[in-house]
Design a protein around this ligand. Structure first.
Ligand code: CP3
Length: 348
């Protein structure tokens, strides 16, 4: 195979740039977490926020799936909601209920009362985690940093937690569009500063999670969200790290998400990969998109699904194998490992 001048770059970074590969790179969203016994052992002694705040522990958890699974990239162990804390939001993770924000923002006055913070300083422990991970990671395994995109972060700040309908979020958007744009503009500033600090600390790629943007119609996304997300990607460009833009249920607005930015577009399991390339263009890099629940299927079924997915990718250099969303709690670890091996074996 003809290799480019960047042949010494790790597989994952070459794929993000759409360059020739020796095998398709694979990693998983939520590859660290509750399905891993070694993570649960640490969680038995520390809360999620404690793990995030303690670099030695967060670094250990980041490295756990690299050792256990043989994936082609590590993702920083942190949470997209961390930057909300220095902004003045009281964040707590409650067992069984997920994240809760005790003082959600609902009005223009609430928004104007948010603190404009130096996230780099407030979240210095995250940068320290990145430095520790980079010291310990094998040189051919890049570290992915990440943040939440303005819409998804704002939805938690406004709803006060997870939501099915996003009624408070949309109410604010329709009722006070000026306040809405101030909030998303502020989020975009914070997110960019945070990501730049992650890159400075050693993150070699960046994923922006707009997990819930698919709750919007394309036209609303374009009007209320896209300009803010685009600003982040524009400002990341000079840092010269590959960027991934991910959302769930965004089938109806993939083109708009790609316009907002990201070298790589993440697809969930509902959009066939070949349709992704048809719509985004043959030069697009695409990440995805095995249904996370397939990891609960018997190995022969799982293997057939991986073969099917790889057939849709047709060996394109811009394919990064991942799930369509994160690994679910209770997922059999050996099945996750098997997918890594299938992908490498079938594409080598
Ligand atoms: O391995 C990795 O992917 C890195 C770590 C990571 C976490 N959260 C740790 C975590 C990443 C990338 C995230 C991103 C995140 N966090 C997103 C975007 C990705 C997605 O899933 O769409 C969102 C929406 C959140 C917010 C969040 N954090 C929720 C809604 C929850 C509760 C739901 C749940 O799964 O429990 C969390 C908690 C959380 N963040 C856990 C982990 C490993 C599980 C908590 C635990 O250990 O108790």
């Amino acid at each position: 195979m003809a290799l480019t001048a960047t042949e010494d770059l790790p597989r994952f970074l070459r794929a993000a740039r759409g360059q020739a590969l020796d095998a398709t790179p694979v990693w998983f969203m939520r590859q660290a977490g509750r399905y891993l016994p070694e993570y649960r052992a640490i969680r038995a002694r520390h809360s999620l926020l404690e793990i995030c705040a303690r670099p030695a522990i967060a670094a250990e958890v980041t490295l756990q799936p690299v050792t256990r699974l043989g994936v082609d990239a590590a993702i920083l162990f942190a949470d997209i909601l961390l930057p909300l804390v220095p902004m003045g939001l009281e964040l707590e993770f409650q067992a069984g209920e997920g994240p809760v924000i005790h003082n959600p923002v609902r009005t223009g006055a609430d928004i104007d009362a948010l603190r404009t913070v130096d996230v780099t300083e407030a979240l210095g422990s995250v940068m320290e985690t990145i430095r520790l991970v980079r010291e310990q990671l094998p040189s051919d395994i890049p570290l992915i940093g990440f943040a939440g995109a303005p819409f998804t972060m704002a939805s938690y700040a406004i709803e006060g937690g997870s939501s099915r309908t996003f009624v408070e979020t949309k109410r604010l958007m329709y009722t006070d569009p000026d306040a809405w744009h101030r909030l998303l503009g502020g989020m975009a500033e914070v997110v960019f500063d945070y990501l730049r600090a992650q890159v400075d600390a050693g993150a070699q790629a960046i994923q922006l999670f707009d997990s819930w943007a698919g709750a919007l119609a394309e036209q609303e996304y374009r009007e209320f969200v896209l300009p803010h997300t685009r600003l982040i990607f524009e400002r990341l460009k000079p840092l010269d790290v590959p960027t991934i833009h991910f959302g769930v249920g965004t089938h109806h607005m993939l083109e708009a998400m790609r316009e907002a930015g990201g070298d790589v577009t993440g697809l969930d399991w509902r959009t066939p990969l070949e349709e992704g390339w048809r719509r985004l263009g043959p030069d697009a890099s695409i990440q995805g998109n095995l249904d996370p629940t397939l990891l609960f299927a018997p190995l022969p079924v799982l293997r057939r699904s991986v073969i099917d997915l790889l057939a849709r990718a047709e060996g394109r250099p811009g394919h990064i194998f991942n799930l369509g969303h994160g690994v679910l709690p209770g997922t059999p670890v050996e099945n996750v490992r098997a997918v890594v091996d299938f992908v490498h074996e079938l594409t080598a």
